[in-house]
Design a protein around this ligand. Structure first.
Ligand SMILES: NC(=O)c1ccc[n+]([C@@H]2O[C@H](COP(=O)([O-])OP(=O)(O)OC[C@H]3O[C@@H](n4cnc5c(N)ncnc54)[C@H](O)[C@@H]3O)[C@@H](O)[C@H]2O)c1
Length: 308
């Protein structure tokens, strides 16, 4: 049976869940990342923001002594590596990492042919893949690298990655974005068993369309006009606070968040991973499910040979 939808408010989160806890957020200067940071501050969290831009001067993050902002491009491994090191030096071990920075897909790489300087078919622009899955994997690597040393080497911490509805159902017109977000879901699913042996949890939050500046990045309409247009078409929209609350809730669950995939649509939430796991026989068939179950016990499939 499919799991039921649910809703959350900040009061669903324990008031002490983030007291003096260090949370690092990529893409924390706008939209979902900014909203998550603003939600966590009153919980007395210590925050590190990695973003190509600084947070707006109007936000509670601006000039806040609980917030360390390290600007740079997450596609640059050396920037991310140094930023994690600086963050931990200043704010202590990481209790949570929100792997969230991302961009949408506005150009058409598959049906519009461009020529390079030799007059040959031009290579596609990989920016969406580079930011939304390649750099997200780099952030995840750094999170695991540091979190496994937490708690005197016992490991601890929660990682939440921003996937998308497009990473579960695919979105027409967003082929590279969908591929990247399917990648984010795959990263979480493949890592969840191994990271739990390090006392680290990994999960995804998967928003459907959410009212953030990302919706205006093709530059044609203002955010208000975009929202009006979509509402008139009956598109179910999320408020940004729905996603930040779901993220904070996942981070607050610690180990219990491991393997969750919280799909958010029309401000309602569902753990889609739970539904997929319990309905496997329906979509995989008994025979294929049997082969899968027989094969997955092989120990060599685990990458984590030792905890250290
Ligand atoms: N808004 C939506 O409808 C929606 C739906 C599903 C998933 N998402 C995902 O949510 C995440 C956050 O998006 P948002 O809607 O808050 O958008 P946003 O544009 O408001 O915020 C994204 C942030 O990421 C930062 N960023 C982008 N590329 C970067 C880079 N290379 N290096 C460092 N920082 C970079 C931006 O500067 C920005 O602050 C993204 O991963 C996006 O794919 C958004």
């Amino acid at each position: 049976m499919a799991p039921s939808t649910f809703t959350l408010t900040p009061s669903s989160i324990s008031p002490s869940a983030f007291t003096n806890k260090h949370i690092l957020i990529t893409g924390g200067s706008s939209g979902i990342g900014l909203s998550t940071a603003e939600l966590l501050l009153p919980f007395s969290a210590k925050l590190t923001i990695l973003d190509i831009n600084s947070p707006p001067t109007t936000s509670s993050l601006h000039n806040n002594k609980s917030v360390l902002v390290i600007t740079g491009d997450i596609r640059d491994w050396k920037y991310q590596r140094a930023a994690f090191a600086q963050a931990i030096k200043q704010n202590g071990e990481l209790a949570g990492v929100f792997v969230n920075a991302g961009i949408g897909e506005n150009s058409d790489v598959f049906f519009t042919d461009e020529l390079d300087q030799d007059g040959e078919l031009k290579e596609i622009d990989h920016k969406v893949l580079d930011i939304d899955i390649r750099a997200a994997a780099d952030t995840t690597k750094l999170a695991i690298h540091h979190m496994r040393k937490n708690n005197g080497g016992q490991g601890s911490g929660a990682i939440v990655l921003t996937a998308s509805l497009a990473g579960y159902l695919a979105s027409k017109g967003l082929p590279l974005y969908s591929a990247a977000k399917f990648g984010v879901v795959g990263l979480m699913r493949s890592l969840k068993n191994d990271v739990s042996r390090l006392n680290i949890a990994i999960s995804v939050v998967a928003p459907a369309i959410t009212v953030t500046p990302l919706l205006t990045k093709d530059g044609t309409l203002t955010l208000d006009s975009e929202v009006t247009k979509m509402t008139n078409f009956g598109v179910p929209l999320n408020k940004v606070e729905t996603i930040s609350t779901a993220t904070a809730w996942l981070l607050s669950l610690g180990q219990k968040s491991n393997g969750k995939g919280i799909l958010c649509q029309a401000d309602k939430l569902i753990d889609i991973e739970e539904g997929l796991a319990t309905s496997r026989k329906a979509w995989l068939g008994e025979e294929m499910l049997g082969y899968f179950r027989n094969g997955r016990g092989m120990k060599d499939f685990s990458k984590l040979k030792s905890k250290i």
